[in-house]
Design a protein around this ligand. Structure first.
Ligand code: 6R9
Length: 650
């Protein structure tokens, strides 16, 4: 097996770092031996209106109950804003960098306070109450962060839907959590292209009404001032409402286990699940990981290039950094606009110290050539991060040597929407780095590798990754469906949280995430259920049956490969192919655009009718010589046709 070379902790890094290896080992031991004591202490990193006396009350068996700091009372918006005002009211809280490189804004903590209070009052005066669900469908603009914090301030539960999702996907999420207040913008702007957010919202609201959910208000930020339809008794102009709103709003007193947000994510079956995160434990975990994983020091300029529509944007653009009083950068654009030097130019412009991005972006920029990097200074950079999918060692080395010039540790952070914060990761001053490995567990995280039967594997092994005890950032339930929560995460391996990821542990105890072992694929760091794409395909009149798998893709990590059986009498044409691509984009959104569509008169099925995905994966990977046992197929001859007509011939 390919073992890339180890990069030892640099002396220069160790000198300034918060945590060295001895401290890591010591704290890790404490945190797993006596989690109660460890988290009792670290829970104090946030402010509480009423201190907690109970710390941990969790069980992974039976009904699966997860409670942290349950009798404490606090408020997330207070912790992210108010408590910093005395010391750093005039410090910049958020730097906003527009899609257009000549557009940027800076917002201090004082200004953030006023904007969030005003928006909280706008929501209140329009009837939004504690516990109500507010859908946020916005581009990467300051108002998106205000919206999150304003919800947190009044105890409303936000559900952010990524701007790349279609009206139908948005409607599904509005309906699932019965959300009647939506915050959006006229249009988004990415890479010079316009995204019709308000028009999409209008369609989604109509669709939601057909499904029984009546959206009361749509609050609209004017981003581009493009023309949009306006519904007088429903739509509210953001600027106008903000002008009239009072500039102060007391933070609601929230119990630690009151919900903070819902975030929909894809699983191996069915519709996306509403992952529910709560208040106290989530913020403790997000802020603590932000500080130690990135080795954050006061005064640092920190930039996470994710979108707030994903969990990374929640925990590491907004909540973690702001709870720590950091200056966090929010970027509206894309990595290669106007040129592939954009990331590094922004680093220079704002003197970024900590930069956190995804392997898919690193691979794309690597492909564009070193000159776009070397033409910039990048002198301010100190820590580099990666998240979202396994990073291949080639991309890792490029990030390390070319972008970081061998001076910045790379923190390859493994975690999930469900985990709320980073779980397996290097710490800059403590961990020797191996390119491609997420290395070791964060404090309080107890990984375990099991085989298919649930047998615990010790030492250097390969298997399925579970976590055996709770941590404060863990999701609490699937919104409105606790049974599904138990079934999805705690029933494959009884009493353990199953991540859905495959994982290898090496002889040094380092963890190497090998990718999903379920029917979830990871396209450019975006998580997608193959079942979702399949159901989008079969909802088309010309499609009788569909099976979707991932296949290795140089830039995206994985591409979407669809096997489609047309209805009888329907011609399998290129036009139909185009039509189906368009259809999937409409049903789910551009992020689900199929890369390959193969028409197949039949799919490989067992005699009991189960599609044998293993075979479909192999063919999509162009590795059809090792199909394994096909004797259990109902009709083994379909395989020859599939191979013959494969779309990924090299
Ligand atoms: C934070 C986030 C979660 C899935 C996860 C895994 C993959 C994330 C990774 C990684 C290898 C890393 N993943 N980080 N794989 N190395 N550093 O991405 O959440 O969108 O829920 O995706 O992403 O497969 O299970 P989410």
């Amino acid at each position: 097996m390919f073992e890339p070379k180890t990069h030892k902790v640099l002396k220069s890094v160790k000198k300034r770092a918060l945590i060295d290896n001895e401290t890591y080992l010591d704290w890790y031991q404490q945190s797993t031996k006596n989690p109660e004591k460890f988290w009792k202490k670290h829970g104090k990193r946030i402010d509480w209106f009423k201190p907690y006396t109970k710390v941990k009350n969790t069980s992974f068996t039976g009904d699966v109950l997860i409670k942290w700091y349950e009798d404490g009372v606090t408020n997330v918006s207070y912790n992210c804003i108010d408590r910093h005002l005395k010391k750093r009211g005039d410090q910049v809280a958020i730097i906003w960098e527009g899609d257009n490189p000549y557009e940027d804004k800076k917002v201090t903590y004082n200004e953030l306070y006023e904007q969030v209070c005003r928006l909280a009052n706008v929501m209140k005066s329009n009837g939004v109450k504690k516990g109500d669900r507010v859908t946020i469908y916005m581009p990467m603009i300051l108002e998106a962060a205000y919206a999150m914090l304003a919800c947190a301030r009044i105890g409303a539960i936000h559900s952010i839907v990524f701007g790349g999702f279609s009206p139908d996907a948005l409607a599904g999420r509005i309906v699932d959590c019965n959300s009647t207040f939506i915050i959006t913008a006229d249009e988004g702007l990415r890479g010079g292209r316009v995204v019709p957010l308000k028009a999409n919202t209008d369609k989604a609201v109509e669709h939601a009404a057909r499904d029984g959910v009546e959206v009361r208000n749509v609050l609209v930020v004017r981003r581009t001032h493009g023309k949009v339809d306006w519904y007088e008794d429903r739509d509210i102009d953001y600027d106008e409402a903000m002008r009239l709103a009072k500039p102060k709003c007391p933070p609601a007193k929230m119990k630690a286990e009151d919900p903070l947000f819902i975030l929909y994510t894809s699983g191996s079956t069915g519709k996306p699940k509403g992952v529910l995160h709560t208040t106290g434990g989530y913020l403790v975990y997000a802020s603590m990981t932000h500080e130690y994983v990135f080795d954050y020091h006061p005064g640092d300029i920190y930039w996470c290039s994710a979108d707030i529509g994903w969990v990374t944007g929640h925990s590491y653009i907004v909540y973690g950094p702001l709870a720590n009083g950091a200056t966090t950068l929010m970027f509206e654009g894309v990595p290669n606009y106007p040129t592939p030097a954009r990331f590094w130019e922004v680093c220079d412009k704002h003197q970024v110290n900590i930069f956190y991005t995804a392997p898919t972006a690193i691979r794309a920029l690597m492909g564009a050539g070193d000159s776009h990097v070397t033409s910039t200074s990048r002198k301010s950079l100190r820590t580099l991060g990666s998240v979202g999918e396994p990073i291949n060692p080639e991309a890792w080395e490029w990030y390390y040597n070319i972008v970081g010039e061998g001076k910045c540790p790379i923190v390859d952070t493994w975690w999930q929407t469900e985990t709320g914060g980073i779980m397996i990761t290097p710490l800059p001053g403590a961990t020797d780095l191996k390119p491609g490995s997420a290395t070791r567990p964060f404090f309080g995280v107890r990984p375990q590798i099991v085989d298919g039967e649930g047998e615990v594997l010790e030492g250097a092994v390969d298997g399925n990754l579970c976590i055996v005890d709770s941590w404060p950032g863990q999701m609490r339930t699937v919104y409105g469906d606790h049974e599904r929560f138990i079934l999805t995460y705690f029933s494959t391996y009884k009493g353990k949280y199953f991540t859905g990821d495959g994982c290898r542990r090496d002889e040094d105890g380092y963890y190497w995430i090998t990718g999903r072992v379920d029917d979830v694929i990871n396209v450019s760091g975006h998580r997608m259920g193959t079942a979702e794409v399949e159901s989008a395909l079969v909802s088309h009149d010309s499609v009788s049956e569909a099976a979707v798998v991932g296949y290795p893709h140089d830039l995206k990590g994985q591409g979407i490969y669809c096997y489609v059986t047309p209805m009888s009498g329907v011609e399998a044409s290129d036009d139909l192919r185009k039509e189906l691509v368009k259809h999937v984009r409409e049903e789910i959104g551009p992020i689900a655009t199929p890369d390959k569509i193969q028409f197949a008169p039949g799919l490989p099925k067992t005699r009991s009718g189960k599609i044998m995905r293993r075979i479909l994966r192999k063919i999509a990977e162009n590795e059809f010589s090792s199909l394994g046992d096909t004797s259990t197929l109902a009709d083994p001859t379909v395989v020859d046709d599939l191979i013959e007509n494969r779309q990924n011939k090299k």
